[in-house]
Design a protein around this ligand. Structure first.
Ligand code: PDD
Length: 278
């Protein structure tokens, strides 16, 4: 695949970066992941706004206005119908100090696109997926989309070892925040619930669209935390995310959710989402 590396289009395999880059040493970088549908980046402005916000929060001073242009340029050079765009902006390279270096290089900016098959989750939407619960080990600013993802990686690996698609993260107080790389929704008595936006979750762009689609379909939606203790009371559970789209969860830690089949409200929202993107 091709990459856009600091604005230069080149093969991804030829991109080279210094070991003194702060992303390598400290995870000092912000990223975004966007879907491409029908050859076009999906919700580009929303992703650029979240990128801007994350960069501001950790005070990486760079302009993002050129980035959407570079994404479109890359897609012209490497057209894909369905794909995933990964993009990352680091604080740059400098001798290692914990505090921000006085004279780092310009931020390093990587964009690349990977092709996906058309509708990769079609089967999972029919069967539903299993998840495991896992301690939310992450830091207190999960609203910032930083590349510090060790807590997420450990959770995702636990899911994989259990033969599950995702791990849902449980805080010390028993609240379920989100998945390792997805947002989480519950359905109870026909109403949809998802955690309120706060510093303990990522403001998911798919989450936001799903809230809008539910409103449009007159499905009641409440922003309130889900808790591990009340999981047995939910009728349906589903995950949302750029890559996952809308995915029914039918088992948590080997216990069935509701009927053990993808729920009615979940399927309605999943169909609305597919209709919206394609
Ligand atoms: N992950 N929560 C976390 C912790 C995430 O990493 C993601 C996205 C989401 C869903 O956000 P969105 O709907 O904006 O994709 C929620 C991306 C896909 C990733 O890490 O690759």
């Amino acid at each position: 695949p091709l990459a856009s590396w600091n604005g230069e289009v080149m093969p991804l395999s030829e991109v080279r970066v210094s070991v003194l880059d702060r992303a390598f040493l400290f995870g000092d970088a912000i990223y975004e992941a966007l879907r491409v549908y029908e050859g076009r980046p999906f919700l580009l402005d929303e992703h650029m706004a979240r990128l801007r916000r994350s960069l501001d929060q950790i005070r990486i001073e760079t302009d993002v206005d050129h980035i959407s242009r570079r994404i479109l340029e890359l897609l012209e050079r490497q057209p894909v119908r369905d794909g995933l765009i990964y993009l990352q902006v680091t604080r740059g390279e400098a001798p290692r100090t914990h505090y921000f270096p006085a004279n780092p290089t310009e931020p390093n900016e990587l964009i690349y696109v990977s092709p996906l098959e058309d509708d990769p989750h079609a089967e999972h939407r029919k069967t539903g997926v299993g998840v495991v619960t896992f301690d939310d080990l992450r830091w207190k600013r999960c609203d910032i989309k930083s590349v510090n993802l060790l807590g997420n990686c450990l959770a995702a690996q636990a899911a994989r070892e259990a033969g599950c698609a995702e791990a849902i993260l449980v805080s010390a107080d028993g609240t379920i925040t989100e998945g390792s790389h997805t947002s989480l929704f519950g359905v109870r008595d026909g109403a949809v619930m998802t955690a309120p936006l706060a510093r303990n979750i990522l403001p998911g762009i798919t989450r936001n669209l799903v809230v809008q689609l539910a409103n449009r379909a007159d499905i009641p939606i409440r922003e309130e935390p889900l808790s591990r203790d009340r999981l047995p009371e939910v009728d349906e559970l589903f995950l949302t995310g750029t890559t996952a789209e809308v995915l029914p969860v039918t088992r948590v830690d080997d216990r069935p959710v509701g009927s053990g089949q993808p729920g009615k409200v979940t399927c309605q929202i999943a169909a609305a989402y597919r209709g919206y993107v394609a």
